[in-house]
Design a protein around this ligand. Sequence first.
Ligand code: 5GP
Length: 189
Amino acid sequence: MNNEQYLVVVSGPSGSGKDTVVSRLMQRHPEIETSVSATTREKRPGEEEGVNYYYLTVPAFEKKIADGEILEYTRYCGNYYGTPRSEVDRRIDAGITVVLVIEVVGAGNIKRLYPGATTIFVQPPSYAELEARLRGRGTETEQAIQKRLARAVEEMGYASDYDETVVNDDADRCAEEIYQLIRRRQQAT
Ligand code: 5GP
């Protein structure tokens, strides 16, 4: 596979603010695109089909896996999440930088499939900040928050598996740091 350097994976625990960082990255650098994942989780208020995710039923998701349409997938807090193959290959072959915002298991799978991809781990500035961001969202039950906090702590242990680690103390600054990292690694290949 050529052009793997155009593939970028961004992970970080739920509440690290990685989605905000990646949307700032795209606002500042519109030539960068993100992949829209498929999921079986419920749509949150304000989310849109085809923009935030493709929302699928479990049987529909499993059919896509069986048909080879999902590049990588995992189960996260009881739901399926996966990257549609159609979101990635055509674009990196065309030299477009594509950012996947996915969790740690998916990131490891992508790195095995595309060793030339750049993997970046976004850390929250502190645990207290992470918890505050998760609660501040106000869309989840206490049980769901506890599940995400536990998973977040587990995920922090994976930071050293990534090519690069950044701290999200400020979304714009962090987005720019990621941009410079991507450019530097693309120029080195
Ligand atoms: P959320 O429910 O908060 O939107 O996402 C939960 C977690 O699933 C986040 O860490 C998010 O990055 C991850 N995720 C979203 N899409 C994918 C995907 O396609 N594959 C994998 N492996 N993880 C994903």
